[in-house]
Design a protein around this ligand. Structure first.
Ligand code: ADP
Ligand code: MG
Length: 259
């Protein structure tokens, strides 16, 4: 018996005009699996996450999340493009943290984490507040609840962004180069929070990263993207230790040279 995957890309194509960014992508991610996505700039890594966030429509194929079609819905036994209500419901299963934190600047850390549960989930205020405080504690910021983003370091802001995404109780968390905009000395505290989520919460995690050391230690599987496809994938020890494709080897040696 096989469990249905938490995330599945089934022949997904995404183009912008003549440019094909995702080229018949197939990708399956199991519940609780931690997958790192690496690859050269422009290979489609961010697009994979943006399609999961349903920020744009795909041009071909179907994306499935938690056993249900994300981009489509079933109508009279066939798959038709999803309507707004379906997308809204499915979006609640997915949380995302970007390179740039995009916190609401006029709201405290606590309010940032309460906003979506209050407005989208219509959660009672006391419950939203308790949940926000609990998550901020989990990311190590229980002493910063009443601070505004401008009063926090980049690493602290990114930790608030992670808590904010978790406040919607997603099943899948997406991270797109979440440490790339940080000063080097602040990277570790954010990676520590991601480690903690990985061990304490039952989350499926998909992360685009340039931190090869972190990917190697944290991920169950690494996918190397090239030109909108997965060129090579496998357990970190294999992909980093004995890459099979020349393109993977070239990419890894270029990245390692740069650090
Ligand atoms: P990566 O994250 O791997 O660097 P992206 O997924 O952001 O790559 O982008 C893949 C390709 O798609 C790039 O060539 C990029 O320029 C192009 N692209 C991304 N978004 C758009 C858009 N909204 N309009 C046109 N081209 C885009
Ligand atoms: Mg990107």
């Amino acid at each position: 018996m096989t469990m249905s995957p938490m995330v599945k890309f089934d022949g997904v194509t995404k183009s912008y005009g003549a440019l094909t960014v995702l080229d018949g992508l197939d990708l399956e991610i199991g519940a609780g699996e931690k997958v790192a996505i690496i690859g050269p700039s422009g290979s489609g890594k961010t697009t994979v996450l943006r399609m999961l966030m349903t920020l744009e429509k795909i041009n071909g194929g179907v994306i499935w999340v938690d056993g249900e079609p994300l981009t489509h819905q079933v109508s009279s036994g066939t798959l038709v493009p999803a309507d707004a209500a379906h997308l809204r419901r499915m979006r609640g299963k997915i949380g995302m943290v970007f390179q740039h934190f995009n916190l609401f600047p006029h709201m405290t850390a606590l309010k940032n984490c309460m906003e979506a549960p209050l407005t989208v989930l219509k959660m009672p205020k006391t419950e939203a507040r308790a949940r926000a405080a609990e998550l901020l504690e989990m990311v190590g910021l229980s002493d910063k609840l009443d601070h505004y983003p401008s009063q926090l370091s980049g690493g602290q802001q990114q930790r608030v962004a992670i808590a904010r995404a978790l406040a919607m109780r997603p099943k899948v968390m997406l991270f797109d180069e979440v440490t790339s905009a940080l000063d080097p000395e602040l990277v570790g505290e954010v990676l520590n929070v991601i480690r903690r989520l990985g061990s304490e919460l039952d989350l499926t995690m998909l992360m685009v990263t340039h931190q090869m050391g972190f990917a190697r230690e944290f991920a169950d599987r690494v996918c190397f993207f090239y030109a909108g496809k997965i060129c090579e994938q496998g357990p970190p020890a294999q992909l980093f230790g004995a890459p099979r494709h020349e393109r993977t080897r070239q990419f890894l040696s270029a990245v390692l040279e740069a650090t």
